[in-house]
Design a protein around this ligand. Structure first.
Ligand SMILES: NC(=O)c1ccc[n+]([C@@H]2O[C@H](COP(=O)([O-])OP(=O)(O)OC[C@H]3O[C@@H](n4cnc5c(N)ncnc54)[C@H](OP(=O)(O)O)[C@@H]3O)[C@@H](O)[C@H]2O)c1
Length: 226
């Protein structure tokens, strides 16, 4: 990819916790391109720094850093959780103090690609809110946005809608703006209990992809004009 002119400088730092995997880097690149300072989080500093450096090279920028997850969460205003779903609750327990006073965006969809079925209640977002307590505003979002689609062409709008669930409407609005900055259309879809349905949609999309031999089935809302 050639060097990109950063369009609008943003001021809030975004940490992508577990940002070294498949989903995290796509979100990181889209927000870095929009001008946000980004911290890639990992269990290992060196791994975080390596991924951050690779993404900087791809975009021709130097605004992506790598740190351990706890330091990343402390230094960011908004953290986005993209650890493997089986580690979701353990990671949140470890990071509870580091996330206090901030927004935590939970992208977790507890669905196994090999055997896709809807997860059991409560939603991952509700579990996160229960673990983190009222000091943290949890917003569930991006669970249905496939990693390869996010990364394919970060300068293009995504042909998928993002459903945003949160108990706190203001925090949801922050994340809707963040999605917009990353060239995704996003809509408020109710409180954190509703995020269970959004996680379940991932099972449905995987089944559709498998049946039709594609990788790009996505969610699109209709009937909204405002
Ligand atoms: N892949 C997708 O297309 C997609 C789409 C939408 C939502 N999601 C959601 O995004 C999340 C991440 O998915 P992914 O596909 O990116 O996962 P992944 O690549 O398998 O793993 C992401 C990161 O999780 C960290 N991790 C692994 N085991 C861990 C452990 N025991 N404790 C703490 N951290 C651990 C690793 O980071 P370090 O080794 O650097 O610590 C790894 O790079 C999941 O909740 C998934 O449901 C994924």
């Amino acid at each position: 990819m050639t060097e990109i002119d950063i369009k609008d400088k943003q001021t809030q730092t975004i940490a992508i916790l577990g940002g070294t995997g498949k989903e995290g880097p796509g979100l990181a690149m889209r927000w870095a391109y929009a001008g946000y300072p980004i911290i890639i989080g990992s269990r290992q500093t060196e791994k975080a720094e390596k991924v951050a450096s690779e993404l900087n090279v791809k975009l021709g920028i130097d605004t992506i850093r790598g740190l351990k997850n706890d330091a990343a969460a402390r230094q960011a205003e908004i953290s986005v959780l993209t650890v493997v779903y089986t580690a979701h609750q353990f990671v949140l327990q470890d990071l509870k103090d580091d996330l206090a006073g901030k927004i935590l965006v939970d992208a977790t969809a507890r669905v196994d690609f090999r055997d896709p079925k809807p997860p059991t209640p409560p939603s991952a977002g509700r579990l996160a809110q229960n673990i983190l307590g009222s000091q943290v505003k949890v917003v569930a979002a991006f669970q249905n946005v496939p990693a390869h689609v996010l990364r394919a062409n970060i300068t293009e709008p995504l042909n998928t809608d993002v459903l945003v669930c949160a108990d706190d409407i203001d925090a949801a609005q922050v994340v809707i703006q963040l999605a917009n900055a990353g060239r995704m259309q996003a809509y408020y879809a109710g409180n954190l209990d509703n995020a269970l349905v959004v996680e379940g949609l991932t099972a449905l999309l995987i089944a559709i992809n498998k049946h039709y031999g594609v990788r790009t089935a996505s969610i699109g809302l209709s009937g909204l004009s405002y």
